[in-house]
Design a protein around this ligand. Structure first.
Ligand code: SF4
Length: 252
């Protein structure tokens, strides 16, 4: 039941996550906002789903093995929603110098390496790839060993702002397995629903069940050629994302 206070609207969400219900209060402005302004509430929801998934995994005796200082997974293709790509662009723009230039140079260097390896054009249109082609591209990308530009000393330097896909990627297998991310070597904590995928499915122009995402490493160049969507009523946007959440599966 929504409650309204001082220009904000709070919706009480109750969804089934695994075997148990998960309840959360989601507070958004009543009026129109840009989609990126919904990110904090979606990050909180994602964190709540992930915490529940971790609890369920631990109940089965499978503890999360991810640790600070282990950034092997930060060399994979990280899919981010269009909204998050704009957030990454804004993060970069607001980063003070000289760090901003350092990050921009890392993104640029990654682009050069991807071009040299012949992967850049395919990465620019991941939606156009078949499942097997996307898998092959992901393995080729990982083979290049390009660290995420935000990776510092094998830790995430934007931990509070990290993409939803990063929040939802946790493993219970030994860290060494992440050096060769195959289904045999890496055991992911199963996420019953994924807020990241709900956002992919809320991308501009996405048809029913379709996903729109951008590789994190290409987010700055993507935002250079894509304007932020205009403001829309926040409750309606949240409702659309929650409807998509109900249809999410483990993969985009
Ligand atoms: S944003 Fe952070 S957690 Fe995600 S890939 Fe980059 S360094 Fe890793």
């Amino acid at each position: 039941m929504p409650s309204v206070a001082s220009g904000l609207l709070t919706a009480h969400l109750k969804i089934r996550v695994g075997e148990r219900p998960l309840e959360a209060d989601l507070t958004v402005p009543r009026g129109a906002v840009k989609p990126v302004q919904l990110l904090p509430v979606l990050q909180s929801l994602s964190d709540a789903v992930v915490a529940r998934a971790v609890q369920d995994s631990e109940r089965e005796g499978l503890a999360v093995s991810c640790r600070k200082g282990c950034g092997a997974c930060c060399r994979q293709v990280v899919p981010v929603s269009e909204v998050e790509a704009h957030h990454v662009g804004a993060l970069l723009d607001s980063t003070p110098e000289p760090r901003r230039s350092l990050l921009v140079a890392r993104f640029r260097e990654a682009g050069v390496r991807l071009r040299e390896a012949g992967l850049l054009e395919r990465l620019r249109d991941p939606q156009g790839l078949s499942g097997p082609d996307r898998l092959e591209l992901g393995l080729a990308y990982f083979g290049l060993g390009i660290p995420c530009p935000f990776l510092e000393d094998e830790s995430c330097s934007i931990h509070r702002d990290r993409p939803l896909a990063c929040r939802e990627y946790l493993v219970t297998s030994p860290a060494a397995g992440c050096a060769r991310p195959t289904a045999e070597a890496v055991h992911l904590v199963p996420m019953p629903v994924k807020v990241s995928v709900a956002l992919f499915r809320s991308g501009q122009g996405a048809g029913p069940g379709e996903s729109r995402w951008v590789p994190l490493v290409l987010a700055p160049e993507w935002t250079d050629s894509h304007d932020q969507p205009g403001a829309r009523p926040a409750p309606g946007m949240l409702e659309e994302i929650l409807k998509n959440l109900a249809t999410t599966s483990a993969r985009p």
